[in-house]
Write a protein that binds this ligand. Sequence first.
Ligand SMILES: Nc1ncnc2c1ncn2[C@@H]1O[C@H](COP(=O)(O)OP(=O)(O)OP(=O)(O)O)[C@@H](O)[C@H]1O
Ligand SMILES: [Mg+2]
Length: 475
Amino acid sequence: MNEPIQGTSEQVAAYTGTGGAEPVRTLLVEDEPNMVRTLTKILERRGHQVESAANGKEALVRLEEGAYDLVITDLNMPVMNGLDLLREMRERGLEAAVIVLTGYGTIQSAVEALKLGAGDYLIKPCHPDELLLAVSRLLELRNLKREVRLLRREMRERARFGEIIGRSAAMREVYKIIEAVSQNKSNVLIHGEPGTGKELVARTIHERGPWRERPFVAVNCGALSETLLESQLFGHRRGAFTGAVRDHEGVFQAANGGTLFLDEVTEIPLPLQVKFLRAIQEREVTPLGSTRPIKVDVRLVAATNRDVEEAVRRGTFRNDLYYRLNVVAIHLPPLRERPEDIPLLVEHFVQRFSRDYGVEPKRVTPAAMDRLLAYQWPGNIRELQNTIERAFALSRAPEIGVEDLPERILRQASGLAEETPQPSDEFSILPLAELERRAIVAALAHTRGNKSEAARLLGIERQRLYRKMEKYGLR
Ligand SMILES: Nc1ncnc2c1ncn2[C@@H]1O[C@H](COP(=O)(O)OP(=O)(O)OP(=O)(O)O)[C@@H](O)[C@H]1O
Ligand SMILES: [Mg+2]
């Protein structure tokens, strides 16, 4: 067991393979057949899938053809030696963990091999344990690297969910709910201020679900008179009311098998709410002027920017209907409560409108970004989207500067932010201290001077914020 590897096969008999889920694909680059046999046995016992090449040149051919996890190479070989093999692998971008196993080790060749990307350097004769330790260390490192890559990708993806942009904790919570609810058919009630993305979320729920091929139908309950809304929802027969010249299919039927999106749901008049509740409970609708109910199967996603519980208390919205609709509740936070999403959204809309307008993406100057961060966004994302589009529509300049922002944003965002010296727009790189000062000014402006809140946004302790404010002479 403690005998060095010397090309005899008996000594490996004691090794038992651990056998991972997937075999490690290993390439031995070695010109001594005995050595190849011994190493192959050792590695196969550990669950490796082993192939061999007699020199560097042959190894390169194999590496180009198939993916290997691990290469164990000799240094002195005819045709192409180990160092040249390493050099070539690097140049061709061939990725595999490499262990050099040589009988002629020198400090120089070791340094050179490690420089060229070898993960370890062992001298023959070496103990099987020593080799296996090096192997497992390298493979672990490779797995860690892979995991980091996956996590990085996941983090990038967390910044968006389909078409929905945002990486704030509040939005990530929303993504989780969408993901879960899209797989079942529970009714969903989305609450959020104007322009927070209620309809976008409703569509995303539909598109992520197994019913995505079925229709998504949206109806605005606030825009129509009672009769018209009733006919919109349930349909009507010809002659059901003046103007009903032919049969009409309601949205419940149109959305059958899919999703019905009810915007401004609290605006449904009370008498209609009773019929609506019945339709949900019985899973059938009776068109106006008809006595024959029709079976329907829809998922309801309702949206409102009102306080529904308040409407229930006031008696303008039925409690039983509220409970039917509010099986899953999604609250979309206003943009001012998640300013960390503003730069992402700005970037997203800059990309979108540069495509729409057929121009290069514009750079947003730091001063303009300060203003966008400090503004309260009553119209939320729709308002931000319009603001960026306006800049594309009104100016051909390669940048969006303060002068490209509408008056109301400049007016509201002034105050603390006003103290920020206007950066000369030629310089986008600022000293770190200046960046820090600006971040603090923007956070204070955004929170209207609330230091605890500003500290939270900045991700630092309040005490630390005080010290920094003192340092930068901010009151
Ligand atoms: N998180 C987001 N990421 C990217 N775009 C968004 C996001 N939220 C909203 N938008 C975009 O902003 C606009 C407004 O969104 P949407 O119509 O879904 O909002 P809403 O809450 O339904 O608004 P309203 O209350 O006015 O009906 C749309 O163009 C939408 O694509
Ligand atoms: Mg809407």
